[in-house]
Design a protein around this ligand. Structure first.
Ligand SMILES: [Fe+2]
Ligand SMILES: [Fe+2]
Length: 184
């Protein structure tokens, strides 16, 4: 039976929650949702955008760079880890203006120009973060059970939770839903 990794389960769970968040955001910036700029009526979505960008992007990236990447650096190679860190920087640079615009929308509707820029930025953010998650699932999450022994895995999972990640929700690899490839 395949060995399980508590650390992989934590990362995977956060990735799945992030993908759900990206799907909700995509609905709001495409099709009918795109016709109406974000406004104070969207308080729930705007507050979620702020909170989820903080938790699922910036905090998640910081935990990966602090706890996860150092553990897999030797196995993956420095270039692969550097590529993932560069992707964090790229996604982060798109997430910051989205977060700021969502905060502004709590007080007033975004102008047509602000909304057009928001939608454009959101699309790039969704695409880049989705591809980043797919890459990490392949390079790291799926391989962690073989890369870490039980003791290192448990210690890293404890550290991940202590820094602010999800509480432990271990899953077997067969329970994992596949990360959908984007078709756009
Ligand atoms: Fe990442
Ligand atoms: Fe990640």
């Amino acid at each position: 039976m395949a060995r399980r990794s508590a650390l992989a389960a934590l990362i995977h769970e956060e990735h799945q929650q992030t993908l759900e968040f990206l799907n909700a955001l995509e609905e709001r910036v495409s099709g009918r949702g795109r016709r109406r700029p974000l406004a104070p009526d969207d308080r729930v979505l705007a507050e979620q955008l702020e909170a989820k960008i903080d938790a699922m992007i910036f905090r998640h990236f910081a935990i990966e760079e602090t706890v996860v990447f150092p553990l897999v650096q030797d196995s993956l190679g420095g270039d692969a880890v550097l590529m993932l860190i560069r992707e964090h920087e790229g996604v982060g640079s798109l997430a910051s203006p989205l977060r700021a615009a969502a905060h502004a929308a709590l007080c007033r509707p975004l102008t047509a120009q602000e909304w057009a820029r928001f939608c454009e930025t959101a699309e790039a953010f969704i695409d880049q973060e989705t591809f980043h998650i797919q890459k990490e699932e392949t390079l790291i999450v799926n391989r962690l059970p073989e890369l870490l022994d039980h003791r290192d895995d448990a210690a890293a999972a404890d550290c991940y939770i202590a820094i602010g990640g999800l509480p432990a929700m271990p899953r077997s690899p067969s329970d994992r839903p596949a990360v959908q490839a984007r078709t756009r």
